[in-house]
Write a protein that binds this ligand. Sequence first.
Ligand code: SF4
Length: 66
Amino acid sequence: MKVKVNKDACIGCGACVSICPEVFVFNDEGYAEVIADNVKEEYEEKVTEAIESCPTEAISEIKEND
Ligand code: SF4
């Protein structure tokens, strides 16, 4: 699975970073950024939780055929 953060939508609340720091980190501007291009299977559940927890729906899954 692959995910991306829409920088225009992220408000820097930190939910994704605390749920799955292996995939999401804060950048210098205080917004979330994806550090893992391909999310390892072991983190997929947490990433899905992060997607559902994001208050602004800034995180989305990148489908293979996008
Ligand atoms: S949960 Fe959403 S709004 Fe909060 S830091 Fe992550 S991407 Fe940004």
